[in-house]
Design a protein around this ligand. Sequence first.
Ligand SMILES: [Mg+2]
Length: 128
Amino acid sequence: MENEYLRTKKILIVEDDVSSRLYLNKILERTGASLLIACDGREAIAAAKANPDIDIILLDIQLPFIDGYGAAKIIREFRSDVIIIAQTAYSLLGDREKIIASGFDDYIVKPIFPQQLIEKLTNAVRRL
Ligand SMILES: [Mg+2]
């Protein structure tokens, strides 16, 4: 359903797995946010450069060419203000430190549940 915090936002979804990409797109399109898609780290950086009005980047960690850690670091160099949220398959100890050190604001552990994702993005926007 439409979300008052996300409705006006532009969100970049970065995910290399096609079914996960469609899944995230389906969840987030219901919020009314405008959505952009990238399939790997290089595309994510290019999309962030080409669209300086992106508010949130939902960035997978395991990606071809440049992984999520590397992409976040590069995007941070020209977008200090954008919200970057990692999606990670790992719930390993130590991941959190590496994620925060790479410039992410927060992270979500896969499998991603719709309500949890919406809440995480809404909370990130509300903190601004
Ligand atoms: Mg992946």
